[in-house]
Design a protein around this ligand. Structure first.
Ligand code: SF4
Length: 431
């Protein structure tokens, strides 16, 4: 048919890096099916909204994005709205009644159906093919889906299902494809990366996977995220010691430190065991940066429990830390505990934790004055080139502002000397 113009499709991604990978896989399928993909939803005729349903704030952000698309459809710009991802996985029925303007709802594991809805045929043989939405020098590598852990506050297993290890060969093939595209930093993600292999191979295989990825030419940094403290496979420490490509970095969300709260959260670990594990990791991998995530205001958290948490943060001196206020989520084990701690108390506790962390971070950064570090440059920003050390993940950790930028370029590594610091950022000159 002469002059047929395929509809312009835009994929809007909300939520976590796992959602980013799903959107990139869909974009890869669209591109290789010659669909017309546009970056900005304002230029689109079809909008695909990849939603997040983790906590209240994330759910609201997803609903706002859907309602924005509905507004564009009512104005005649958009012809079709397709919603996918975690919020839709959880509440498709309710959403389809409340927002009838949406043409179709899909869950978090229905890319093939989304492709069909968009009029393209999902090419299974394109496994590993993705249209990166991150800067081309780093990419997320999702090694598993879902989670088997029983954390009481968490709705993720309701949206992503139980743990499914991605076959070893598939992950390695995807990593090779990404390296061939010029990716230098691979960020290893999953709901619980430390569970890798147990369901599919009956044994932990994360260490073997990390070692194999380390042998891929072109990959220079490997970053491990989302480690689960209970049942932590200590053989990983050996990989850190043997493979310098594995950044001295570990994201290990601990969520809390009081035994009473950890027990109610069903985290399967005690304060003592957690501290022993973290000290063992620090001893096993000198100069490793530990990142963690904490929840404050959990239903049974007393003032005393919160003090224990503050002392824990002061003792462990995490390099990077994020704190969230408890969000009561339907269908979770903790839901029936209610949400007794007032919002202002939760906010105060969150601010207290972040104040402690700010002082720790400022002190650590000051100790880096005059130190030479290797930086991967992510972007230009005004008079600076902005990058990260091996101790910083993109988008969530601190950055290095490099002054004399003319000799370096985005996507490349360079050695710099730290010349100034703030509590959360570093300033540097190229060596
Ligand atoms: S480990 Fe716990 S918090 Fe993380 S995704 Fe699994 S159930 Fe949720």
């Amino acid at each position: 048919m002469k002059n047929f113009q395929p509809p312009k499709i835009s994929v809007v991604t909300l939520g976590c890096s796992k959602n980013v990978v799903d959107s990139e896989v869909l974009l890869g399928q669209l591109r290789l099916n010659n669909a017309s993909v546009v970056g900005d939803v304002d230029d689109a005729e079809i909008a695909v909204i990849n939603t997040c349903g983790f906590i209240e704030a994330a759910k609201q952000e997803s609903i706002d994005a859907i309602m924005e698309a509905v507004r564009k459809k009512n104005q005649g710009q958009l012809k079709k709205i397709v919603v996918m991802g975690c919020l839709s996985e959880r509440f498709a029925k309710e959403l389809s009644i409340e927002i009838p303007e949406v043409d179709a709802f899909f869950g978090s594991n229905q890319l093939k159906d989304v492709a069909t809805e968009l009029g393209i045929d999902y090419k299974q043989e394109l496994l590993g093919e993705r249209q990166l939405t991150t800067p081309s020098h780093f990419a997320y590598l999702k090694i598993s889906e879902g989670c088997d852990n029983p954390c009481s506050f968490c709705a993720i297993p309701l949206m992503r299902g139980l743990h499914r290890t991605k076959p070893f060969e598939q992950v390695i093939e995807e990593a090779r494809l990404l390296a061939a595209k010029g990716v230098k930093e691979l960020i290893i993600i999953g709901q619980d990366t430390t569970y890798y292999g147990l369901d599919l191979y009956g044994r932990h295989r994360l260490d073997a996977l990390l070692s194999e990825i380390s042998s891929i030419d072109g990959i220079e940094w490997i970053r491990l995220m989302y480690a689960y403290p209970a049942k932590f496979p200590k053989e990983i420490l050996k990989v850190y010691q043997v493979h310098p490509k594995l950044c001295r970095y570990l994201d290990i969300p601990v969520q809390h430190a009081s035994d009473a709260v950890l027990k109610s959260m069903r985290r399967g670990i005690t304060n003592r065991a957690m501290r022993d594990l973290l000290h063992e990791i620090k001893a096993g991998v000198p100069n490793i940066a530990l990142r963690t995530t904490l929840i404050v205001g959990y239903p049974n958290e007393t003032e005393k429990d919160f003090e224990v948490l503050c002392d824990f943060v002061k003792e462990m001196k995490f390099h990077r830390l994020g704190a969230f206020t408890y969000s009561q989520e339907e269908g979770t084990f903790a839901y029936d505990l209610g949400d007794p701690i007032p919002a202002n108390v939760k906010e105060e506790r969150c601010a207290t934790i972040m104040q402690i962390q700010q002082e720790i971070s400022a002190e650590r950064n000051q100790s880096l004055q005059g130190v030479q570090v290797k930086v991967l440059l992510d972007r230009r920003e005004g008079e600076f080139m902005v990058g990260r050390t091996e101790w910083d993940a993109p988008e969530i950790d601190q950055e290095v502002y490099v002054r004399n930028k003319d000799t370096v370029s985005v996507g490349n590594f360079c050695d710099v000397t730290i010349v100034d610091t703030t509590e959360y950022d570093l300033y540097a000159d190229v060596v």
